[in-house]
Write a protein that binds this ligand. Sequence first.
Ligand code: PLP
Length: 393
Amino acid sequence: MSAVDSQARSAMIREEMPATRACAYLNTGTFGPLPRATIEAMRAYQQEELEAGRIRAEGYLRARETKARARAALARLFGCSPRNIALTRHTTDGMNIGILGLNWRPGDELIISDLEHPGGQLPAYNVARRFGVTVRLARLGDGSGDVVGRIERLVTPRTRMIVISHLTWGTGAVLPLADIVEMAHRHHVLVVVDAAQSAGSVPVNLPETGVDVYAFPGQKWLCGPEGTGGVYVSDEALDLINPTVVGYASMGGPMDHHGGYFIPADGAQRYEVGGINAPLTLGLATSVEFILDTVGLAWAYARIAELGRYAWNRLAAVDGINVITPRECMAGLVSFTVEGIEAPQLVERLAEYGVIIRHLGSPAWCRVSTGFYNTEEDIDRLVSAIQEIRRAG
Ligand SMILES: Cc1ncc(COP(=O)(O)O)c(C=O)c1O
């Protein structure tokens, strides 16, 4: 695509996502901006619920169709079958489904990286407490270099699971997912992935990576509403990851009260539980369809990466800014510190300039997220604002 066409596409997208014009919107790692179509779809659904009520037979059918539509859109995004997608409320739901689902035995081992978010850490430490599982911590530095080797050195005959991010939320490193999975499967170990920062920002075909479980949110890079998300579970892992929390939505056939068993749904729907928020689910489907059909997935990924590198270069070129993110394996997150200003204070001052980023960690650093809807000007605005704030002291 020519630069002119790309610019026109960017302008059209920004028109459809008004929040991107209200500020330099550089915090998709927390919440993505919503497309207009998403809000309109959710509003229409709720209006109908208000006026026609929620109790007609068509309402139930429509909720089912809405769920199917969301799974289908997500399956297109990840190159998998909808049968491998369960809808959840957020990333952490999916991490719990994956991590708690194994039939853990005392003395089993789980490896987790030291770059994980609490959304992955807590379910891991929960199985440690409940089942006597030993958690081993893989120290990955900033996430560059020999990640596979550092993890593999911790594998023992008792290792049953590796919990890892695809894109680390703190340092912004894309980890070599397919290589980690290949190594893990050689040792008969399952891989559960926190995809909170990668889903919608890092190109992936899930069946090709061989990954077992991939848990993702709706509200970040997929630009969907809060309270939405999903989890991919591969065909092979469906037999190993038991549903921990179940309900009518998990059933694959009539329940047998006398036999005292139920038949789980054939695919990942066995991890779904009960009633869902249908308008939110429609919102998620609409946002993902917007990325697939209006933005264009390949263009979105390329633009996120291009803007990420642009932000990295611009920030690294400024005296007094220390960029933490490893450039050789990055996507759309760039983390940095600025000499002489604490990160929380800088984030607050930047907001006065209409530049929205976030701080995290302790001691804290700043993190910029570059979305497909951002422009080079957004990043220039960030850099100029930092320079001005430093000058002003
Ligand atoms: C890497 C990572 N994992 C998990 C989470 C938690 O996400 P959710 O609220 O979707 O469970 C976040 C949110 O910031 C994150 O960055």
